[in-house]
Design a protein around this ligand. Structure first.
Ligand code: GDP
Ligand code: IMO
Ligand code: MG
Length: 430
């Protein structure tokens, strides 16, 4: 059992990229298994920032092999740009560092166009997607029309698939969304360039590779994208993404069984953020929210949008722990809470005059929930230079202990800044 799943326990942007980068020092393989370029995972090493959308966050560790597995929707244009940027920065020199499953779903420009056109047509009702084409690409997979990564290397079959896809997409784009259609030959030309660049990373069967690695006792990290509350089945539907973001999806998306998983590490901020529309009970639409946003630099890594901010929500966190089977937590961005007189934590919701502690799955109900808070004394000290747990200020320790006791699972890691070295280990990873 040498597989570890890293999963977002909130609405995304919890700091998964940082955690996976730090954990990757001890990993043989790092696997992205769902989502696509809607993800923005930030790594900071020696003050240098790298934002990854599709390439797994183990890429800065040259000895680890990064895998993009079947469950991912692969925006081949964005991936080429990302690889070029990594190469230019001298961060990706050996093509063996990255493998792409032949079974991954290819995301093409028309998916992005459809996503954006649909959002625009929804007006006030919009989901607030990243506009990266994620929904339309997963729709193609579900309707069994998707172009798979392996198809890119069979020109005749690809042409037939695209010809048929464009008949439908262009009809929608032109007649329903009143936008420009896509030309088959120009698209084929673009795809030829992208596939030529990506061919060196092609791997027919990453499921078999991961299976063999786990069997041989190699350490495999599974890197989740988005967060539990954005899950297509168990999140705040319809204000969710189009994939299952839960730990179970690591198994399905990579093509392995559950017996190989040693632990599931849930990533949570010491407060809560959300980008896009949908209910968010602890949102602080006031000076507190603004302060968290500014101090925490809460602007999206993919779209630059301002993230909505609020206090830690233990009802939602306990729900995420349950639906993922999270065994251990990483508590991120504790440094951002320095300087608040009072820190609040939501321990229950009030709805229709009653207090509840189980997360209501209906978004309508969740939208009517008011947070019930416990208050904590804040601390003034800057935490970003702390390197030993015992040096955390007393009130910061009390806050962490309270969260740990409430969730009743161990907090393994506390993060007090974006850098690799700003990481306090409570327990070793493996
Ligand atoms: P992800 O999508 O879960 O990988 O998270 P993002 O990269 O989108 O957003 C997390 C942001 O917080 C990034 O800008 C990180 O560099 C930053 N970050 C991560 N951990 C910490 C931390 O402990 N403290 C602070 N101040 N920033 C952090
Ligand atoms: P990482 O991996 C935060 C949100 C969007 C929108 C909803 C649907 O960086 O944590 P989509 O484009 O997926 O159809 O948008 O999901 N969303 C994210 N929010 N972090 C992400 O990824 C997200 N990926 C999608 O803002 O509300
Ligand atoms: Mg992000």
């Amino acid at each position: 059992m040498s597989g570890i799943i890293v999963v977002g326990a909130q609405w995304g942007d919890e700091g998964k990229g940082k955690v996976v980068d730090v954990f990757s020092a001890q990993a043989d393989y790092v696997v992205r298994y769902q989502g696509g370029a809607n993800a923005g995972h930030t790594l900071v090493v020696d003050n240098k920032k790298t934002v990854l959308h599709l390439v797994p966050s183990g890429i800065l560790h040259t000895e680890a092999t990064c895998i993009i597995a079947a469950g991912v929707v692969l925006d081949v244009e964005t991936l080429c740009q990302e690889i070029n940027a990594l190469k230019e920065a001298g961060l990706l020199q050996n093509p063996k560092q990255l493998l792409i499953s032949d079974s991954a779903t290819v995301l093409l420009p028309y998916h992005r166009m459809l996503d954006q056109a649909r959002e625009q047509s929804l007006g006030q009702e919009k989901i607030g997607t990243t506009g990266k084409g994620i929904g339309p690409a997963y729709e193609d997979r579900a309707s069994r029309k998707a172009v798979l990564f392996g198809d890119l290397f069979n020109k005749e079959a690809l042409k037939l698939k695209l010809d048929s896809a464009l008949k439908e997409k262009n009809f929608l784009l032109e007649n329903y969304y009143k936008t420009k259609p896509i030309n088959l030959n120009s698209l084929l030309k673009q795809i030829a360039e992208w596939s030529e660049q990506l061919s060196v990373y092609r791997s027919k069967d990453t499921s078999l590779l991961i299976h063999k690695a786990l069997k041989a006792g190699k350490k495999v990290l599974f890197e989740g994208a988005q967060g539990s509350l954005l899950d297509i089945f168990h999140g705040t539907y319809p204000f969710v993404t189009s994939s299952s973001t839960l730990a179970g999806s690591a198994l399905v998306g990579s093509g392995i069984g559950p017996g190989t998983i040693q632990k599931v590490v849930g990533i949570t901020k010491a407060y809560t953020t959300r980008v896009g529309s949908g209910p968010f009970p602890t949102e602080c639409d006031d000076a507190i929210g603004e302060k968290i946003c500014q101090v925490g630099n809460e602007f999206g890594s993919t779209t630059g949008r301002r993230r909505r901010c609020g206090w830690m929500d233990l009802v939602a966190l306990k729900y995420a722990i349950r639906i993922n089977g999270i065994t251990n937590l990483a508590l991120m961005k504790l440094d951002v809470l320095s300087g608040f007189e009072e820190i609040k934590v939501c321990t229950a919701y009030e709805i229709d005059g009653q207090n509840i502690t189980e997360y209501p799955v209906s978004p309508g109900e969740l939208g009517r929930c008011k947070p019930v808070y416990e208050s904590f004394k804040g601390w003034k000290e800057d935490l970003t230079q702390v390197r030993m747990l015992k040096d955390l200020p007393r009130y910061a320790q009390e806050y962490v202990n309270f969260v740990g006791n409430q969730v009743a699972i161990p907090i393994d890691v506390i993060s007090i800044g974006p850098g690799r070295d700003q990481t306090l280990w409570v327990k070793p990873l493996f």
